[in-house]
Design a protein around this ligand. Structure first.
Ligand code: SF4
Length: 501
C-alpha cells in the first residue's frame, strides 16, 4: 500500500494552480503560434498577437494569464492500493490546496466563486470549493488532472440529447455558431458522445485535458471514425469564419477532442464544452514520495511574436471625447484610449439598476456623464502594480442593463468582450453610443496600460466593485458603432467559407 500524505496532496494542488495561472500549456501556445502564422484577417491576427505576447509576459512575470483565474476542476484517479492518513477528507484537502494557491501573497489569484448561486451569490473569497471528481482504479498511485476553467468559456457548455439518426457534426456546428465569442476563441472544443446526459458532459470536460495533436492527426490521416469526426468538425468549425475573439478569421479552434462511451439504443447524448484562450491544465502523479514536482516550460518554447500598439491607431483622449467624435468610429477600427474610465460588471450593474428603478440617487462618486465603462473584475495588485491583470469580461451579460445605463446615466460607451445581443445593439444605435472590445485572454498586457486605479463605489463587492482606472494607450477595437453596425456580424460573414447544411 502507498501512503499519500495530506500535505503532499495540498501542496501539489496549490503548486499546480499557481503554475497554470502563468504558464500556458506548451502544446497550446505552439498551436496558437501556428494559427498566428497562417491568419490573414488583420483584426484576428492582432488579437492572437496580443494573446501570445500576454502569455510570454505572464510566464516571465509569473502573473495570471487572465483576470478570471477560473473555477478549479479536478479529475482524480485513486489507486485501490493507496492509503491515506486517518480521517482524510480528500475533497477538503483539494479545497485547502485551492485556498493556499489563490491566497498566495506573491501572486494572488482572483476569487471568483460564489455560494448560494440562486440566491445571495456571496463570494467565498478563497475560490473554494473546487469541483472534484474521484474515481477508484487499480494501482498504488494517485493520478490528478487539474484545470482552472474560465467562466466565459464554461458558460458556453452545451448538451444535446440527439436522435440516433441525427448528425453530430451539424449539431456541433449549430452550437458553435450560437456560442458567439464569449468563450474567447481561439481555443479547443471538448466533445463527449454517448453514455447518459451527465456522462456526456464529463466526457467533454475530460476530453479538454487531452493534448493538442490536430496537425499530426491531419498529416497521418484518421485511423478510426472518431478521428475522422475530429478532423471534419475541426475543418468545418474553422470554416465558419468566427476567428479570434469573434472578429472574423481563419482559426476559431486549435483542436477538437472527442471522448465517447456506449449509450442506450434510443439515445445519442452529445456535449460540447469550449476551452478558451486562457486554457489552463496540469497533470501529475503522486506515488508517496512527496509532492509533485512541476517542470517549468522553457521560454524558448514560446513563438517569437511581439506586440506593440499600432502607430496608425487613432488616439482617443477620454477627457474630451464627445458623442460627435464617437459617431466617426467604424467597426474594426483600432483605438488607443488615454484618460479615465469607470469599471463595473454584473453585481455593480444590478445595484445601479435597482437604485435607478427605486428612484434613488447613485453614490455621489458615480457620475457616468460622457464616460466609458469597462466591464472588468481585476486581479488584486502586488508590489507597485496599480492593478493586477484586468482583461474584459463578457459584455453580453450586461445587455439587459444597457438601455437603462445609456438612457439614465449619461454613459457614452462601453468596453468589454464578445458580441452584443440584438436589444443592446438597438440601444447603442438609439443613444448614438458605441461598444468597444479589448482582447479576452490578454489581461496582463491590457493591465500594463492601466496607470492608476481607485475604488469609487460598492467596495464590498470585491473584484466587482466600481473602480476608476486611469489608462494610457489602452488598445481596443470598435465592435458596434453608433449606427449599430457590428464587427461580430460583418467579420465572420466575410471570412466564412461554408454554409451550414
Ligand atoms: S480568456 Fe476569456 S473565457 Fe477564458 S478565462 Fe479569460 S475572460 Fe474567461
Amino acid at each position: 500500500m502507498t501512503l499519500i500524505k495530506s500535505e503532499d496532496l495540498i501542496a501539489s494542488i496549490a503548486d499546480a494552480l499557481q503554475f497554470m495561472s502563468y504558464y500556458h500549456p506548451v502544446d497550446f501556445i505552439q498551436a496558437l503560434g501556428k494559427a498566428y502564422e497562417i491568419e490573414q484577417s488583420p483584426a484576428a491576427k492582432d488579437a492572437i498577437a496580443q494573446i501570445l505576447a500576454n502569455s510570454r509576459m505572464c510566464a516571465e512575470g509569473k502573473r495570471p494569464i487572465c483576470q478570471d483565474t477560473g473555477i478549479v476542476v479536478v479529475f482524480m484517479e485513486v489507486g485501490t492500493e493507496v492509503r491515506w492518513e486517518p480521517n482524510t477528507d480528500i475533497e477538503e484537502l483539494v479545497n485547502e490546496g485551492v485556498r493556499r494557491a489563490y491566497g498566495l501573497p506573491g501572486n494572488p489569484l482572483r476569487a471568483s466563486i460564489v455560494s448560494d448561486p440562486a440566491g445571495q451569490r456571496r463570494n467565498t473569497f478563497d475560490n473554494t470549493p473546487a469541483v472534484t471528481h474521484i474515481r477508484l482504479v487499480p494501482g498504488d498511485k494517485v493520478a490528478i488532472r487539474i484545470s482552472a476553467k474560465g467562466g466565459g468559456s464554461e458558460n458556453k457548455a452545451q448538451l444535446g440529447m440527439l436522435n440516433p439518426s441525427d448528425s453530430v457534426v451539424d449539431w456541433v456546428l449549430s452550437r458553435v455558431e450560437e456560442m458567439g465569442a464569449g468563450w474567447c476563441p481561439p481555443g479547443v472544443l471538448g466533445i463527449g458522445i454517448g453514455g447518459t446526459a451527465e456522462k456526456a458532459m464529463l466526457l467533454a470536460k475530460e476530453a479538454l485535458l487531452d493534448g493538442i495533436d490536430m496537425p499530426t492527426l491531419k498529416e497521418q490521416g484518421p485511423k478510426n471514425h472518431i478521428e475522422a469526426l475530429r478532423i471534419e468538425i475541426y475543418d468545418k468549425v474553422n470554416a465558419l469564419g468566427i476567428g479570434a475573439q469573434g472578429l472574423g478569421g481563419l482559426t476559431t479552434v486549435l483542436d477538437v477532442k472527442i471522448q465517447d462511451y456506449p449509450t442506450h439504443a434510443a439515445s445519442l447524448p452529445v456535449a460540447v464544452i469550449p476551452n478558451c484562450a486562457a486554457t489552463r491544465h496540469v497533470h501529475f502523479i503522486l506515488d508517496g514520495s512527496g509532492p509533485a514536482i512541476l517542470e517549468p516550460p522553457r521560454l524558448a518554447d514560446w513563438p517569437q511574436v511581439d506586440w506593440s500598439p499600432d502607430p496608425q491607431a487613432r488616439q482617443i483622449d477620454l477627457s474630451t471625447v464627445s458623442r460627435e467624435e464617437v459617431e466617426t468610429w467604424r467597426p474594426g477600427e483600432t483605438l488607443l484610449l488615454t484618460g479615465k474610465l469607470l469599471t463595473g460588471r454584473d453585481a455593480a450593474h444590478r445595484r445601479i439598476a435597482e437604485l435607478l428603478e427605486q428612484g434613488k440617487p447613485l453614490p455621489a462618486e458615480l457620475d457616468f456623464t460622457n464616460r466609458f465603462i469597462y466591464y472588468v473584475g481585476p486581479v488584486d495588485p502586488i508590489n507597485d502594480e496599480p492593478v493586477g491583470p484586468a482583461g474584459p469580461t463578457t459584455a453580453t451579460r450586461m445587455d439587459k442593463f444597457t438601455d437603462t445605463m445609456l438612457a439614465q446615466t449619461g454613459l457614452l460607451g462601453m468596453i468589454g468582450k464578445a458580441e452584443r445581443g440584438e436589444e443592446a445593439v438597438k440601444a447603442i444605435q438609439r443613444h448614438r453610443s458605441v461598444y468597444l472590445i479589448a482582447v479576452g485572454g490578454a489581461a496582463y498586457l491590457v493591465a500594463k496600460s492601466i496607470k492608476s486605479a481607485r475604488v469609487l463605489a460598492f467596495p464590498e463587492l470585491g473584484m466587482e466593485a466600481v473602480y476608476e482606472f486611469e489608462v494610457k494607450d489602452m488598445p481596443v477595437t470598435v465592435a458596434v458603432d453608433s449606427s449599430g453596425n457590428s464587427i461580430h456580424k460583418s467579420g465572420p460573414s466575410h471570412w466564412r467559407r461554408i454554409k451550414l447544411r
